[in-house]
Design a binder for this molecule. Structure first.
Ligand code: DLL
Length: 432
């Protein structure tokens, strides 16, 4: 399969040359087409000609999610809108999404990157792949879908939910691989076991991502389903799934470095950390046409190694993610910021601005409890009032977050006050 034979096995020097050429071209194009970046470069006295090779990357300014929000929706696009063939978006802190766009060539790059990861995990055109990531503005469903099609395997575009139907399709179609979040596969595993289905299906592989998971979870999924499970990473701002993924040796996720240049920095000082040390992952897109980004701060914490992998690939590998340097939570694959909850609660007049999020994992499924202080008068004899309010808040939160939390209304002053920065989240899930 072509994806194994090309870019992923070139020497580090060849790769650096390719990256340098692509970076030069990208910076010049961005300078001329994106006013925001041109101004930023001018502010620091940087000309496109100052970027001569990949080592000059640290002269470029960083980009954050806030920069994308400030330029909502299309302000950072480097091509005319008529060249954009697809839009995706990820949830934002105050209801405003981060919008990303793709040209036809961007879609081609994306589907190649996803296909590489599927090949790395051992898939080929004979496989039947169920996509159980959400389809829609989220990049998971369509991103994986195009990758599978590009590989020439058969797609079963299930999207999320309806576990019973997912199992039926799996059995009837002889599905051999699944792409979904690790927590959903744990949930599906239980349902398969309860229905005595594990030995009746033909599943061999899983490509799991969109949220943090552990080596223990991988081993558990593998032994309970008798499959091999692979990690797939990505983020909408940079592309979507397919930025990195692990091979059969599971010794870190190979980055598609010919398209995305990685750096690991100290999130406080913004200085690079040494190879092997944990820091924040930063990406510069080298080939993206619609939304090229300079040094995008992912907020994801990991470490990097440039050692050649046992599989023969020379691409840099990042370790399993160790958390985030901001307060974003990923609950059942959905990105949730505490500030989104706050903004939603402000819409409900009867609440006070005191709340607490409690995230847990029960029977392998993430749960979100939102404790909200409400006015004293609701704790009278009329329990109906309290129930009505609870439903109203649950509905408002569901609309704002895209997931259904369990709302618990509590009396005024019952949530512990903090003297410093308010503690709004208790995350009981364990990540090793
Ligand atoms: O989650 C893209 C994706 C879809 C990746 C399907 C893999 C599979 P966003 O919604 O923008 O995009 O969320 C990106 O999710 O910054 C990480 O914090 C987290 N994340 C994604 N994949 C992994 C992973 C998609 N394999 C954010 N391990 C990222 C840990 C992950 N965290």
């Amino acid at each position: 399969m072509i994806w194994n034979e090309t870019k992923e096995c070139m020497s580090r020097d060849e790769l650096a040359n390719l990256q340098s050429a692509r970076l030069r071209k990208m910076v010049s194009r961005v300078y001329h087409n994106v006013e925001y970046y041109r101004k930023k470069m001018q502010q620091i006295g940087l000309e496109p000609g100052d970027i001569k090779d990949i080592e000059d990357i640290n002269k470029l300014p960083y980009t954050t999610k806030q920069d994308l929000r400030d330029n909502y929706p299309f302000g950072l696009f480097a091509v005319p809108r008529s060249e954009i063939v697809r839009i995706h978006a990820s949830s934002g802190t105050t209801g405003k999404a981060t919008v990303v766009g793709y040209t036809r060539k961007d879609i081609e790059t994306w589907q190649e990157c996803v296909a590489r990861i599927l090949v790395m995990g051992g898939l080929d055109h004979d496989d039947i792949v169920q996509i159980s990531y959400g389809y829609g503005l989220f990049t998971g469903g369509l991103g994986a879908h195009y990758g599978v099609e590009n590989l020439g395997a058969t797609v079963v575009p299930m999207s999320t939910g309806n576990t019973k139907k997912q199992i039926t399709m799996m059995e009837d179609f002889g599905v051999t691989a699944i792409c979904c979040t690790p927590s959903y596969l744990m949930y599906l595993t239980e349902a398969l076991e309860e229905n005595g289905m594990v030995d009746k299906i033909k599943l061999k592989k899983a490509f799991l991502g969109a949220e943090p998971w552990t080596e223990n979870m991988r081993r558990e999924i593998e032994s309970r389903l008798h499959i091999s499970a692979h990690d797939i990473y990505g983020l909408s701002e940079v592309m979507g799934p397919g930025v990195a993924g692990d091979c059969k040796f599971h010794t870190g996720l190979h980055i598609a470095e010919d398209h995305f240049y990685p750096e690991i920095i100290d999130p406080e000082t913004l200085e690079p950390v040494k190879e092997g040390e944990t820091g924040e992952l930063v990406f510069t897109t080298l080939t993206k046409e619609a939304l090229p980004l300079f040094r995008y701060r992912t907020k994801d914490l990991t470490s990097i190694t440039y050692e050649k992998c046992e599989c023969g690939r020379t691409s840099a590998r990042i370790s399993r993610f160790k958390g985030r340097s901001d307060d974003m939570l990923i609950i059942r694959g959905v990105n949730v910021f505490p500030s989104q909850v706050e903004a939603a609660l402000l819409e409900v007049a009867e609440t006070t601005p005191n709340y607490m999020l409690v995230v847990d994992r029960v029977n392998n499924l993430d749960t979100l409890d939102v404790l909200v202080e409400v006015e004293e008068r609701f704790f009278s004899d009329d329990i109906g009032e309290l129930e009505r309010l609870s439903k109203k808040i649950a509905h408002t939160l569901q609309q704002a977050l895209g997931i259904q939390p369990k709302v618990k209304l509590v009396e005024p002053k019952s949530i512990e006050r903090s003297e410093g920065k308010a503690k709004r989240v208790i995350d009981k899930r364990v990540l090793d």
